[in-house]
Design a protein around this ligand. Structure first.
Ligand code: FAD
Length: 380
């Protein structure tokens, strides 16, 4: 008898499986339709913006604050278990105001940062130049530096999570797709459930659906449409440049776009938000646009090699909140999905909260805003 079947092997599923096996000693199986870590989690940038250091009211701020505080210890634990460096560094983040609109937004953000106890420095153009000479600053009106911003290497983090899971006895089944879940005993929803997959059936004490952008589709196979969550895919495209050395240390945020310099000279340029369904291809227009924006901001990239381009499907939800909790009408089926732009960042707190929910403990933060049946409708 399995204690937990985690359906979906992205950062959220792997984090929950790792914690369930390590902390609870559960027998855990991860089911992944393709290969683990091949979804949105691999495609992301790995930016971890600072969280509040005082108790925030907003539910997303609560997740961010808790997860950001957990990250250093979480990373130590996973690195120790896996012996894999996940590239976690406190690199700081620069936020550029290049237009009057951005200047107004970022100036207003000072109030929010102050309220949340998030450290920041206001910089003029010369200070940006002095700190990060690789940036072209001619059109920069003002900038803000957030020293607590961090980054992680997603592919390394995913590999480390897989190793951590294996070390604690988690079975990982790749190329095995969740098809549906039903109570094992049709008279009772209490006891166990049966997970039907493309390769057979697994009887388990509990199941957790962590299928990212595919969650609505997956749940619709076995729960009424109104309870199938309001998650939809939001495509983001990315360009990866290679320079001989790291051009600057901080993440550079420019409106909705960013450059993420890695320690070995790789520089990620992203991204965009495109509602194109489950199409995870790249488009020449967007890749060209990202390249020219990146070269404009960091002219040395003009001589860099473009290593790779790709896109990923972020699991977006209509109200911007993830779905975390029990599936209505089931006692032992749970969902953790819909993390949109924050899934890498919110992975430690999501694992912690889901273990609390699945073991019936009081949760570290209130879970009502993340309930599956929160009465939203999204017509696709
Ligand atoms: C371009 C881009 C940039 C991003 N940047 C950041 C960032 O800087 N910081 C940050 O925190 N987040 C970022 N994100 C968001 C983050 O990557 C996601 O929120 C996160 O990866 C979601 O994780 P997940 O495990 O829910 O989904 P996924 O990683 O997509 O995993 C879901 C898995 O479920 C599998 N699956 C689907 N259907 C089934 C089925 N029926 N049976 C079994 N398995 C199934 C899929 O194959 C997939 O592997 C970014 C995302 C993108 C695309």
């Amino acid at each position: 008898m399995t204690d937990l079947v985690v359906c979906g092997g992205g950062v959220i599923g792997l984090s929950i499986a790792y914690k369930a096996a390590k902390q609870c000693g559960w027998k855990v199986i991860v089911l992944e339709a393709n290969s683990v870590g091949s979804g949105s989690s691999w495609a992301g940038a790995g930016i971890l913006p600072p969280g509040a250091t005082v108790s925030p009211l907003d539910p997303i701020d609560q997740l961010r604050a808790a997860s950001h505080a957990m990250f250093p210890h979480w990373v130590d634990e996973i690195q120790n278990d896996s012996q894999i460096d996940v590239g976690f560094i406190r690199c700081g983040g620069i936020y550029l105001a290049q237009t009057n609109g951005e200047l107004a937004t970022l100036t207003a953000n000072e109030v929010w940062w102050n309220e949340q106890g998030i450290a920041f420095e206001r910089w003029n153009r010369d200070q940006v130049r002095a700190h990060s000479p690789a940036l072209s600053c001619d059109t920069v009106k003002r900038a803000w530096y957030l020293p607590q911003e961090c980054q992680i290497r997603n592919p390394w983090y995913l590999r480390a999570l897989v190793e951590g899971c294996l070390k604690h006895g988690v079975e990982i089944h790749e190329s095995e797709e969740l098809q549906s879940i039903r109570p094992t005993d049709s008279q009772s929803t209490q006891d166990t459930c049966t997970v039907a997959t493309s390769l057979g059936e697994i009887k388990t004490r509990r199941a957790c659906v962590t299928t990212g952008a595919w969650t609505r589709r997956v749940l619709q196979e076995f729960v009424p449409a109104t309870q199938a969550t309001e998650i939809f895919p939001m495509r983001g495209q990315m360009v990866l440049f290679r320079l001989p050395t790291r051009p600057c240390v901080p993440v550079v945020n420019d409106g909705h776009r960013y450059l993420v310099p890695r320690e070995d000279g790789l520089v990620l340029a992203g991204s965009c938000e495109e509602e194109v369904g489950f199409d995870s291809s790249t488009t020449q227009t967007m890749i060209d646009d990202l390249k020219s924006w990146a070269i404009n901001l960091m002219p040395t990239l003009a001589s860099a090699t473009v290593e790779k381009t790709w896109s990923g499907l972020r699991p977006a939800s209509v109200d911007g909140f993830p779905y975390l909790g029990r599936v209505p009408n089931f006692d032992n089926v749970f969902v953790a999905a819909g993390h949109y732009r924050h899934g890498i960042h919110f992975s430690p707190i999501t694992a912690k909260l889901m273990i609390e929910v699945m073991t019936g403990q009081k949760t570290s933060i209130p879970m009502e805003p993340f309930q599956i049946s929160r009465g939203l409708t999204y017509s696709s």
